[in-house]
Design a binder for this molecule. Structure first.
Ligand code: URA
Length: 241
């Protein structure tokens, strides 16, 4: 990506930030060193363990069909629809959430309830959308009753599907929204407050953690850090990919 393209993105993100903070255009802060950022990202990538290759003959459709027939854990018992994921086959990015809620369970699509509508707006603010360049998935593909957290054994039973999706999709970066997704892919027990704001890695792929959109709907104070995370995420993506 050329430095000038990076600068244009940076400037347009500044306009959105000003709009979000409800004010007029503020003087721009110091511009990042785009060339150094690119070199640092490449150096960090060198030698990192790489993502497993996709299984021979695997496809998003085959994974979805297996998920729809899956009876590997108790979550299948109450589901109306399984929710494999949604998005293009060659996305720039993958967003990983926790698991379907009531709306998702009814429609068989991820993030279509109130949190999903906000997620779509958050993604649109950094030029991502599920129709063209961003795949949306969850750790568990069936709704946990009463929207409880998916249990560790339920996550373990389902995680292979997400791994296969990631292997096929090979995005430039993964955005984990919320604690469950972050812990499922990174391991450990730290919360979003500790994990967010800094690039992590999932099998050699850059991974960023931010707050779940439902947290933003509950508490306005998460909006500013979430916006900072989104800007960081956008900077890592190549606009011409
Ligand atoms: N919350 C999630 O984590 N995933 C969905 O698909 C919907 C809401």
């Amino acid at each position: 990506m050329k430095a000038e393209e990076r600068r244009e993105i940076w400037e347009s993100l500044g306009v959105i930030e000003d709009w979000l903070s409800g004010g007029a255009r503020r003087p721009a802060g110091p511009e990042p060193d785009f060339v150094a950022a690119e070199a640092a990202a490449e150096a960090a990538d060198a030698g990192a363990p790489r993502l497993a290759p996709p299984r021979p003959g695997d496809s998003l459709e085959a994974i979805a069909a297996e998920i729809e027939a899956c009876r590997a854990c108790r979550l299948c018992e109450q589901r109306k629809r399984a929710v494999p994921g949604q998005g293009p086959a060659a996305p720039l990015a993958i967003v990983v959430g926790e698991g379907p809620g009531a709306e998702e369970d009814a429609q068989g699509l991820p993030f279509v309830g109130p949190a999903g509508k906000l997620l779509d707006k958050m993604l649109a603010s950094i030029a991502l959308d599920r129709a063209s360049n961003c795949f949306i998935a969850n750790v568990v593909k069936c709704r946990p009753p009463q929207n409880r957290d998916p249990a560790p054994d339920e996550q373990a039973a389902c995680l292979g599907y997400l791994r296969r999706q990631i292997s096929l999709l090979r995005p430039m970066a993964i955005l984990c929204v919320g604690r469950i997704a972050a812990q499922a892919l990174l391991g450990g027990s730290e919360g979003v407050g500790k994990l967010r704001g800094k690039w992590r890695e999932f099998e050699g792929l850059p991974l960023l953690v931010t707050y779940h959109p439902s947290a933003l709907l509950r508490d306005d104070s998460y909006k500013r850090p979430a916006w900072e995370d989104l800007k960081l995420f956008r900077e890592r993506l190549s606009p011409d990919a």
